[in-house]
Design a protein around this ligand. Sequence first.
Ligand code: MOS
Length: 710
Amino acid sequence: MKKSQIGDPLDRVDGRLKVTGGAKYSGEWKLPDLAYGVLVPATIAGGSVTAIDARAAQRAPGVLAVITPFNFPGVPGFKTDAPQPVRGLKLFNDNIVHFNGQPIALVIADTFERATYAASLVRAAYQKESFDTDFHASIDKGVVPQGGRYKDYVRGQADAYKGAPVVVEQEYIQPSEMHNPMELHVTMAVWDGDDKVTVYTKSQGVIGTQRSIAGAFGLKQENVQVNSRFVGGAFGSSLRTWPHEIAAVMAAKLVGRPVRLTLTREQMFTLVGYRPLTVQKIGLGATPDGQLVGITHESHSQTAGYEEFTENSVGCSRFLYASPNANTRYKVIPLNVGVPAPMRGPGEATGSFALESALDELAYALKMDPIELRLKNYADTDPERSLPWSSKYLKECYARGAERIGWSNRPGTPGSLREGDWLAGYGLGCGAFGAYRSRAMARIKMTSDGAVNIQSATSDIGPGTGTAMTLIASDLLGLPVEKITFELGNSAYPMAPTQGGSSTVSSVGSAVHDACLAFRKKCYELAGQPGDSTTPIDYTTLLRQHNLPYLEVTEASQGGDQPQHYSMYSFSAHFCKVHVHPLTGVVRVKQLIAVVDAGRIVSHKTASSQMIGGAVGGIGMALTEEAVFDNSYGRYVNGNFADYHVPVNADIPDIEAIFIDKPDPYINPIGTKGIGEISLIGVAAAVANAVYNATGKRVRELPITPDKLV
Ligand code: MOS
């Protein structure tokens, strides 16, 4: 057995557990005396609950409690003067209804089925008030987000595009989309006395959840233990602690038993966030030879009346292209809806659909190749911050992708290429996402048999965290992967940030990297010899000679001031080939090549999987996904997998990920920039641009369903 190297295509270290059912997801932990909670949703979109008749539910078999706003025992962190007040919706704290589907009662019973039945017996009386869920009718009621987030931006002159010789000015619409991870959101809580609780929950960050629950219940942080060992997808829906998680912990305390609360698929459409409906206007102006004169990007997004959500939909337009003039505006529209949340790629995925579609439109207006147009306006330094890039290989991405997909076959005239019964077309969409790194810790413990255990309170919502960390440790410790286990998803482990913003390998990977080097240093000290990262170490002999049952190192790792001197981004170019049926309007993605500059790639196999997964999400965004809202009742009408269409296998072609794989010299010791978000940013535009190339029809409102093409 020999060591692996960073970059090796290692199989997923927990793959066998996942495919054999051995992986325990949060809803699968069994505890003695477990009780089950089921939420009762409001059926109005605005007003208040005036009374709840829970008598029939209370009498139903197995029911332990029915919690409503009228008998709510309270949560300490709901008080505004609490040391750590709970943010967002405070479930059952008052009788106000902010949106259709908001929980107004929680039934707890001894089985899930009995709780579900009893929940159906709860009756509510409402005082209905007027509500507003109609985004398009309310678009003029947009407000500038609070606290200076995503402030208006001007470089040079605002709206300079209007005076340019060639102008594109268009509006792009992106409907609300649901994360829809396969695994439902679930929380199980068990109290030990009055001041200690253990929680099993679907979470992207066990430390974040631990802090939220400790704050909500006024507990010491170490008295809250949070477990989230396996997560069946989350896409941003588990970045925060949701009201139902607090409710489950509260319910377990009330009934004095462990309680598990699982959302239904329909409740997943209202209670755990979504990509918000966004209308964007892009103005592009250029000289006849394709030099950008001005970029204007305006974005309007929906949010909740009770909590503001913002995201970076306009950001890319400030720095992706070298225009002397650029300006962005961003407003949110508070409605009677549940609060949105980041959804993979978040605002950047939404923004890039508009910007990259508009750029494609400009290329046709100029009669220029879309790659040539992008090269003509290539930003060699960051025009927004006037700083050098830490690394940028987007030109290489264009070249590699164009070659791979056969860009030279792209018809210059839309609608002119036939392949059998189908119209064929090619499209390109690009993206960028900030390369972030935050403080993280890891602990390495080697026992006398030479086995290594590494722990960090990070998560794995699917990308393969453990696999990447095992590769880093194998490489740096010089040990085969079989000797290494990596444990995560437990708040008792050394601190790690929430898994989000494409930064896990940069943050936690750096901690594992630094811990490995510290571990080696300790070994050299024990041996009384100097050494460096290439000097081989006979660990077992060393431990035996020193009579050590084990050797342990805990290391914290964080970046320095590099982000102040360099602009750090991952970059991507997504190339797409589609077929469109001229009679039925059916779109078939035939090929998708995702070329990404994400710095060094630690784990090629899982990284490719992640790029492919993101592309599937992008194809869904482009072609199928839409949460359809009925404004007369203020609720979704397709809150299920039959009517909300995510792509299935038959919708997905060969997708290929190509990595430039050059380390970034500044961001962290490994040189990684992150791939989670960039895997999706730009994909929807690539598909939409390919559809235009195939048909000559420009669809500016997603999803591109057949009715929009015939
Ligand atoms: Mo991601 S949208 O940062 O989970």
